[in-house]
Design a protein around this ligand. Structure first.
Ligand code: R5P
Length: 315
């Protein structure tokens, strides 16, 4: 049993300062001061500037771009906290991109999600807090305790406030059916599924059939993440071709590499793009709605620190 003194301490890496500040502000305190930077030889250096001895330390670091740098930063921050005698260390990784590489589904490929999980545990993290993993089983990659939170209630509340009565929730592929069904149940809406085929390892997507009734309805195309937007753009086209009135695309994580967000915004078939701020998103546009997750994370951190139920947040 770890010896934890007093309330939580929140430390931020460089991946998403705003989110870390919002979390600390919800909890009612400042971020614990730390220097996290690179020397001119490209080596990352971390110095925690306040005492963390025996404290309950939460390090906020989603795998934002540059992903590999931010992972290295996280590992070094965990090491710094461990060597500073933190009582307990939780890596808070609201978006964990390597969860996508979770199986050996072709010859001679890695299971990088498992590798990074091992590194995080080896660095000294006692717990990990994540949100809407690509596949829930990835929790099992960690020998440390994992709390997987979900933004489903946050996203559902946003759509409930629109007070439309002709929704259909659509999964953009068969693999996302359970997630979309859970979301549809929260909204009391029917479910449809797009049969999607991905070509090779590239981002190119070919969409096929729609299973379920969508004609004359407003569709929420619902996924765990929007990456390049290829899935959502192809999905919104097939929905429009099948008589859907308006297409809203919604996901917990907005990754949006390069100029992909502008491309999604320019897609006339899409009425609105709804994501959370699990990752930093610079682009501001009336078609883009970013829902904050800091209260949820802040509350989960407070409960973890007090030893209260985190699951009770989602009942
Ligand atoms: C994959 O199965 C995921 O759930 C998403 O469908 C995927 O990450 C979306 O990628 P993109 O936006 O590049 O089509």
């Amino acid at each position: 049993m770890k010896n934890i003194q007093k309330g939580p301490l929140i430390i931020s890496g460089n991946a998403h300062h705003t989110l870390a500040e919002d979390i600390a502000s919800y909890i009612g305190q400042d971020l614990t001061k730390a220097e996290v930077f690179k020397f001119n030889n490209d080596n990352t250096f971390v110095k925690i500037l306040e005492n963390v001895r025996e404290r309950d330390v939460f390090i906020i670091q989603p795998t934002a771009f540059p992903v590999n740098d931010n992972i290295m930063e996280l590992l070094i921050m965990i090491d710094a906290a461990k060597r500073a005698s933190a009582g307990r260390i939780t890596a808070v990784i609201p978006y964990f991109s390597y969860a996508r590489t979770d199986k050996k589904d072709q010859p001679r490929v890695p299971i990088t999600g498992r590798l990074i999980a091992d590194l995080i545990t080896t660095a000294g993290s006692d717990r990990v807090m994540m949100m809407d993993l690509h596949a829930g089983q990835v929790q099992g990659f960690f020998s440390a305790t994992v709390d997987e939170l979900t933004a489903l209630p946050i996203l559902a509340s946003y759509f409930v406030e629109k007070k439309l009565d002709d929704w259909v929730v659509v999964s953009p592929d068969i693999g996302g059916t359970k997630r979309a069904r859970d979301f549809a149940n929260k909204l009391g809406a029917p479910l449809a599924i797009i049969e999607k085929r991905r070509i090779g390892n590239k981002d190119t997507v070919e969409t096929l059939n729609i299973i379920g009734e969508v004609k004359d309805r407003s569709a929420i195309l619902f996924d765990d993440e929007i990456n390049t937007g290829g899935t959502m753009i192809a999905g919104s086209k097939i929905l429009k071709d099948n008589g859907v009135k308006d297409v809203y695309v919604a996901a917990t994580h907005g990754v949006f590499p390069n100029s992909s967000l502008s491309k999604i915004i320019r897609t006339d078939d899409i009425k609105e793009i709804v994501v959370t701020d699990s990752l930093p998103i610079e682009n501001e546009n009336s078609k883009l709605k970013i829902l904050p997750i800091s209260e949820l994370l802040g509350e989960a951190i407070k409960r973890t620190n007090r030893g209260d139920s985190v699951g009770a947040l989602f009942l």
